[in-house]
Design a protein. Structure first.
Length: 154
């Protein structure tokens, strides 16, 4: 009984400590019909401390019917001073044998993708991010949600 209580306490403590560094975590749902190549996912992230470093992740949730091994994403960042930067990201969702990477149960898998580590934002304020799928399909099937997570770096 004591051993089970101790294990439960450690799990709860680890769960709480993991979220203390989290600054932002938001998913955008993809419509059931698919992700249109012109559809933008928008994220507004308020950065209050530009003196510390952050880790920046993109999370992709996909179904088992996703037809590809990888995904290309186009990311646009607008800083509080309206300066815009763009980037292209390729992420692998499956290995060379077709086994899904990431975690999840059943048909839904989640893949956290490290985008940048130890990044410092130049200013405080609202940073606007837009993500668009960069695959050749006009309507990309099999993607369920796409999210951004920003956490304080250790």
């Amino acid at each position: 009984m004591i051993k089970k209580s101790l294990i439960l306490f450690v799990i709860i403590l680890m769960s709480i400590s993991c979220h203390q560094n989290e600054v932002y975590f938001q998913y955008n749902k993809i419509p059931n019909g698919g992700w249109n190549k012109d559809s933008l996912l928008n994220y507004d992230i308020h950065i209050t401390d530009n003196a510390i470093s952050y880790n920046f992740y993109i999370h992709v949730r996909h179904h088992g019917n996703y037809p590809y091994q990888n995904i290309w994403l186009f990311l646009q960042q607008m800083n509080p001073d309206s300066a815009i930067t763009k980037d292209t990201i390729e992420a692998y969702l499956a290995d060379q044998y077709g086994k899904w990477l990431g975690s999840g149960a059943g048909n839904l898998k989640e893949m956290p993708i490290i985008y940048k580590k130890q990044v410092q934002f130049p200013d405080t304020g609202v940073y606007r991010f837009k993500i668009r799928q960069g695959m050749r399909d006009s309507l990309l099937q099999g993607i369920n949600d796409v999210g951004i997570r920003i956490e304080k770096a250790d």
